[in-house]
Write a protein that binds this ligand. Structure first.
Ligand SMILES: [Zn+2]
Length: 270
């Protein structure tokens, strides 16, 4: 499952590729109703592309919107125009002046209205990658929540864009045990959690991968952090901070990685 940085990066790239153009829209697989969107020449004017959490919105002229959620298996293929013929599984193909985009295997790819788009985003928590995000909604919910913070961080209706890797790393960097009830967390920790999450996600958008080590920005541009050194606890056997063993357990069907020594549960009560 892509985390928020992947989706925001896609929005930025696709906006650069297609915004302001009359784009040739088709569905080689036939499961997207392209004919409802396009004019007689098979084209429609794309105004902008934006991301909210893990959702993408391609806003076309006339307040028509293509809503995309990649889900577990969705993938984009981005090529220079003229691109080779589409694979038959392509749900949506956008052909612009310089670039061609193909979308395969998404959970959602539907034509909706601007009102539908607003209804979808209204169900989502604030997205730290959006300038209009309001973290107070997140703080207010967590301050009352009995649920473990490890579950809240993955709940897209509370905060958007955090997946398993960012969850593990943010909690580790703040020395918070994933089972800590939301309401046990001090306000200062919540504010730090929001800022850190936003910073790490932004770094992910720039670098197109998740690296949580070596600060929020790379000292040397283009420095390639090796995969085994890109996280502190996520998918590691040994904690990068204390070199103790990394613990795992299953929380709401997803594996949580954390370090018992660096993130003791009792610390939450302090
Ligand atoms: Zn540790």
């Amino acid at each position: 499952m892509p985390e928020g940085h992947t989706v925001h990066r896609a929005a930025r790239d696709h906006d650069g590729d297609f915004a302001g153009q009359r784009v040739l829209v088709s569905s080689p697989q036939g499961r997207f109703p392209a004919e409802e969107l396009v004019d007689a020449d098979g084209r429609a004017h794309l105004e902008r592309v934006e991301a909210y959490g893990k959702h993408l919105f391609y806003v076309f002229e006339g307040e028509r919107v293509v809503h995309v959620h990649l889900g577990l298996f969705g993938k984009f293929f981005r090529r220079r125009t003229p691109a080779p013929a589409s694979r038959s599984s392509t749900r949506l193909r956008l052909e612009g002046e310089a670039m061609t985009l193909e979308l395969v295997g998404p959970t959602a790819c539907e034509l909706v209205s601007v009102e539908d788009m607003r209804a979808i985003t209204a169900r989502l928590g604030p997205d730290p990658l959006r300038e209009d995000a309001n973290p107070r909604r997140f703080y207010a919910y967590v301050a009352r929540a009995k649920a473990p913070i490890g579950a809240i961080l993955m709940d897209q209706s509370r905060i958007c864009g955090v997946g398993n890797v960012y969850r593990a790393e943010v909690l580790h960097l703040l020395r918070v045990h994933p089972e800590t009830p939301g309401k046990a967390l001090p306000k200062a920790t919540l504010r730090a959690m929001w800022r850190l999450t936003a910073g790490l996600l932004r770094r992910g958008v720039e670098e197109k991968r998740i690296v949580t080590t070596r600060g929020l920005t790379l000292a040397k541009p283009r420095e390639r952090v090796p995969r085994h050194d890109s996280t502190h606890v996520y998918r590691r056997r040994w904690c990068r901070t204390c070199e103790g063993p990394v613990s795992t357990y299953t929380l709401r069907a997803r594996t949580v990685h954390y370090c018992d020594a660096c993130q003791p549960l009792e610390a939450a009560a302090e």
